[in-house]
Design a protein around this ligand. Structure first.
Ligand code: GLC
Length: 400
């Protein structure tokens, strides 16, 4: 079996970590399969894939196309105008992609993101089957929803990362597209309670935390809807004497214009609340497991329903107490009060109350952390990925 994976991003956010985990899981379960990755942008993804034994083909997108997307909103007309302006460069690039895929001769083309779902539909070689791996909600993104609806007949199947994502995709693409729900998983050998810890204080340019201080961190990409402001506002509402240090951990992932928060803006918000000694920004941390182990409480604060919320599963695997906004796929993962504390999206007071409870109560932190770890061991071991995805590829390759 030869599989060609397509990724628009070369940097590693949740969808790319999920892709690496899937490829690693397939390598372990199906060592004879040939895995190829076509990656459209520079970044660490290519090297990580090579380390797994995947053959990597860099095929950079023209810069203008790289910056175009509808994640940040904007009118449909403006987007279409942008797309038309970039069309000639896009056509040349698509020709190269088509040629490359013909050379690879895959049985399955597996696309990991909206841009490559569309590109895959345009160039999938005859004889290959197209699988869309959907990590995001489509319905809210008008342009992408239109594109996916239009090209759904070219896809043989879709993999959705949660039931909520599957329902959204079904609404957009109709009943013709077979959709399989495959929850993401994590590398349980890497995301463990014990192991190396990142030094967050120096990364954030702060003095070390005094003993007894509880470390609380929002771990997320800089996506606009990851709740950075809500997190900082929540910290600002906590009593000043509370022994707490908060960190914003994570960096920028996507090149799409207007889709990310600006770290300087967050710094201004921190300063405005007078929280400079209390809240730090670390920037991108290469090893999320190291960052999570350096925290006592991991916060997920997305203000929109989260398609899955890989960070939640990772923090559980590290045995950390988790606060999560329970909406979308994230609500399918957490059980409030059992393995995490759940709060409504965008609710600053609820988030502040949950953080306060955890800072004041080490037993609660320990209990949630242990329960989360057990859940991760049972539901989020990445060996499950190959077990669920390989049969989908096999059935398609046989003409199913
Ligand atoms: C995207 C989604 C996130 C999910 C990740 C992996 O980043 O926004 O919810 O965890 O993909 O599927």
């Amino acid at each position: 079996m030869r599989v060609a994976f397509l990724s628009a991003s070369g940097r590693i956010g949740g969808a790319e970590r999920a892709l690496l985990d899937l490829m690693a899981s397939l390598r372990a379960a199906e060592p004879r399969w040939q895995l190829h990755l076509v990656v459209l942008a520079a970044g660490p993804l290519a090297d990580r894939a090579r380390e797994l034994g995947v053959t990597v083909h860099p095929l950079p997108l023209p810069a203008a196309l790289e910056r175009t997307g509808d994640a940040g909103g904007g009118s449909r007309v403006a987007l279409l105008a942008k797309l038309l302006a970039t069309a000639p460069a896009g056509a040349g690039w698509l020709r190269r992609l088509r040629t490359l895929l013909r050379q690879i001769e895959p049985a399955v083309v597996h696309t990991n993101g909206f841009k490559v779902h569309a590109a895959g539909a345009l160039v999938v070689p005859p004889g290959a089957r197209l699988v869309w791996h959907v990590h995001d909600f489509t319905g809210a993104r008008l342009l992408m929803a239109g594109v996916l609806r239009h090209w759904a007949p070219r896809a043989s199947a879709a993999i959705a990362v949660s039931h909520t994502v599957a329902r959204d995709l079904r609404r957009v693409c109709g009943p013709g597209l077979p959709i399989h729900v495959v929850y993401n998983a994590v590398d349980l050998a890497r995301f463990t309670p014990e192991g190396p810890r990142a030094e967050l204080a120096p990364l954030a340019g702060m003095p070390p935390e005094p003993d007894g201080v509880v470390r609380v961190g929002l771990v997320a990409t800089m996506g606009l809807w990851k709740g950075h402001r809500v997190f900082i506002e929540a910290i600002s509402r906590l009593p000043a004497h509370l022994p707490l240090r908060a960190y914003v951990v994570g960096g920028s992932i996507y090149a799409t214009t207007g889709s990310e928060v600006d770290a300087d803006e967050l710094r201004r918000l921190i300063a405005w609340h007078g929280l400079e000694g209390r809240v730090g920004i670390t920037g991108f941390v290469d090893q999320p497991a190291h960052a999570m182990r350096a925290l006592d409480v991991v916060v997920h604060a997305s203000t929109r329903p989260e398609p899955f919320g890989l960070v939640i599963a990772e923090a559980m695997a590290c045995g950390r107490a988790v606060v999560a906004t329970a909406a979308g796929g994230a609500a399918e993962i957490v059980r409030d009060g059992v393995d995490a504390l759940a709060v409504p999206p965008g609710d600053v007071d609820a988030l502040a109350a949950a953080i306060l409870r955890l800072v004041e109560n080490p037993e609660l932190r320990a209990r949630l952390g242990a329960a989360g770890q057990a859940v991760a061991a049972e539901r989020f071991d990445r060996a499950r990925l190959a077990a669920e995805v390989a049969p989908i590829y096999r059935a398609l390759a046989k003409g199913g």
